[in-house]
Design a protein around this ligand. Structure first.
Ligand code: 13P
Length: 252
C-alpha cells in the first residue's frame, strides 16, 4: 500500500507569526477531528522550518523544504544544501517545482543533481513535473512529462526511486483556479506509473506515491483523490487557510 500524502506548499508566504498561527490552527483542527487519513506535510519557507518543527513535535505532522541546492556544500551564497535540511530533522524536500523551473532556470540536469543530493542525505524528494498550457493544447503533454521524469529520475537505482515521491502539477492549473479534471489527472498519473513500471517493474511502480497539484481545493479534493493513481495532493493557495487545508486532508 503506497502512502497517501497531503502536502501544503506555502511558497513565499506568511511572516513567522502568521506561519505559527496557521500551524497551530491546522494542528488544532486535525487533533479535534482525529484525522489520520494521510501523511500531512507542511512545506514552509526555509527560515521557519526549525520553529515550526518544534511547534509540530509529537503531532505526526511532517515538514518539507521547498528546494535544496544541487551542490553538496561550499561557496554558494544564499543556497541551502540537502545536508543542512536533514541536519535540522526535516524529512522531505520539494524538487523541480514549475516555479523553480520557470523563474530560476532549473533544468532536467540540475534537478537530477538535486534529487541525488536529497537522496544521498536521506531526504525524500517530492519531485514535481507538469506541462504548461501550450503543451497541453498541442497535445504533447504526455511526452513532455515523460521527458521530465526520465531525464531527472531514471538514473536512480530501483531502491532510490522507491524513496521518491512524484507530484504531477500541470502548470496551467497552478494558482489559476482551473483544476485538471479528475480524468485528466488520473490519465497522466497512470501514464507516469506506466513509465515507472516499464523501467523499474510493476511492483516498484505500485509503491511510488504520485500526488496531484494545481488548484486543489476542499470542494474538488474528494473527486481527485478518489482516482486510483492519485495518492494525495500538493496544495498551494488552499494550504494557507487552515480550515480549507484540513478539509483537503480529510478528503484523502
Ligand atoms: P495552487 O494549489 O495554488 O494551484 O498551487 C499548486 C502548487 O503549485 C503546489 O505546489
Amino acid at each position: 500500500m503506497r502512502q497517501k500524502i497531503v502536502a501544503g506548499n506555502w511558497k513565499m508566504n506568511k511572516t513567522l507569526e502568521e506561519a505559527s498561527m496557521l500551524t497551530a490552527e491546522v494542528m488544532r483542527l486535525l487533533a479535534a477531528e482525529a484525522i489520520h487519513t494521510a501523511e500531512v506535510v507542511l512545506c514552509t519557507p526555509f527560515l521557519y522550518l526549525t520553529n515550526i518543527k518544534a511547534q509540530v513535535a509529537g503531532s505526526g505532522i511532517q515538514l518539507a523544504a521547498q528546494n535544496c541546492s544541487e551542490h553538496e556544500w561550499g561557496a554558494y551564497t544564499g543556497e541551502i544544501s540537502a545536508a543542512m535540511v536533514m541536519s535540522i530533522g526535516v524529512p522531505y524536500v520539494i524538487v523541480g517545482h514549475s516555479e523553480r523551473r520557470q523563474y530560476f532556470g532549473e533544468t532536467h540536469k540540475i534537478l537530477a543533481a538535486k534529487v541525488d543530493q536529497a537522496l544521498a542525505h536521506g531526504l525524500t524528494p517530492i519531485f514535481c513535473c507538469g506541462e504548461p498550457l501550450e503543451i497541453r493544447e498541442a497535445g504533447t503533454h504526455e511526452q513532455l512529462v515523460k521527458s521530465q521524469v526520465v531525464e531527472s529520475l531514471f538514473h536512480l537505482s530501483p531502491e532510490a526511486i522507491q524513496k521518491t515521491v512524484i507530484a504531477y502539477e500541470p502548470v496551467w492549473a497552478i494558482g489559476t483556479g482551473k483544476t485538471a479534471t479528475s480524468q485528466q489527472a488520473q490519465d497522466m498519473h497512470a501514464v507516469i506509473r506506466a513509465h515507472l513500471a516499464a523501467k523499474y517493474g510493476q511492483p516498484a511502480a505500485e509503491e511510488i506515491s504520485i500526488l496531484y497539484g494545481g488548484s486543489v481545493k476542499a470542494d474538488n479534493a474528494k473527486e481527485l483523490f478518489a482516482c486510483p493513481d492519485v495518492d494525495g495532493g500538493l496544495v498551494g493557495g488552499a494550504s494557507l487557510k487552515s480550515r480549507e487545508f484540513v478539509e483537503i486532508v480529510k478528503a484523502c
